[in-house]
Design a protein around this ligand. Structure first.
Ligand code: DLZ
Length: 203
């Protein structure tokens, strides 16, 4: 059934040749974890190999733009290297998730960046002060800037919510059953694959 909201019917894209970075904040962990599950599920359903899904975390959403920028910087440090992912790990600190060398060889489209697309995931929940507004605005602009500066698709996985329940619903774990709502992570995974594949065609 076609719904009013959502990305609409999309073709299935083959993600088997893609390398996808996921950077997520850890604030509001229960919602983040469910969103991550949904994201990885749709990446894998599209054929993205486990070893080509590179996961990294930062404390809060405010740190997302910097972390994404650092991942791209790895390519400038080590552009013709066989270990751009290793360079990304060095720049972000030593994290085991980032130390795995991807199995697929870089293509012409990935020579500029170790990734075909990056997904930035954060959950901001409004409190009693203006903190939420400032962070939501800064992170949104920061992520758009880093996307355009690096010419690599960046999927906007930042939820800006007025209540905890809104977040649980958008992660598919809402209501008294803990199963209500739609997991937006699944849409972000599909968007990353579509944009990663299309980017190769646009280059
Ligand atoms: C400080 C803070 C607050 C109050 N709320 C959130 C939130 O709802 N979601 C989120 O991702 N991060 C939050 N943070 C942390 C900031 O994003 C950031 O990590 C700190 O201000 C340190 O820079």
């Amino acid at each position: 059934m076609t719904t009013l909201k959502g990305p609409g019917e999309a073709k299935t894209y083959d993600g088997s040749g893609l390398r996808i970075g996921i950077i997520h904040a850890r604030w509001n962990t229960k919602i983040i974890d469910a969103l991550l599950e949904g994201t990885k599920k749709s990446l894998k359903a599209a054929g993205v190999k486990d070893e080509n899904i590179i996961l990294q975390s930062v404390p809060g959403s405010y740190e997302l733009p910097y972390a994404v920028k650092q991942l791209h910087s790895a390519s400038q440090v080590q552009s013709s290297s066989t270990s751009v992912i290793g360079a990304a790990a060095d720049l972000l600190g030593s994290v085991s998730d980032l130390s795995t060398e991807p199995t697929s060889k870089p293509t012409s489209s990935t020579l500029q960046s170790p990734f075909d697309a990056i997904i930035a995931i954060g959950v901001l929940i409004k409190g009693e002060t203006m903190h939420f507004e400032y962070i939501a605005d800064a992170v949104s602009h920061g992520l758009m800037r880093v996307q355009l500066d690096n010419n690599v698709p960046l999927i906007f996985g930042l939820l800006t919510l007025l209540s905890d329940e809104q977040g649980l619903q958008r992660a598919g774990i809402g209501g008294s059953s803990g199963k209500e709502g739609h997991n937006h992570g699944e849409d972000w995974g599909s968007a990353a694959v579509e944009l990663g594949v299309k980017r190769k065609g646009w280059l």
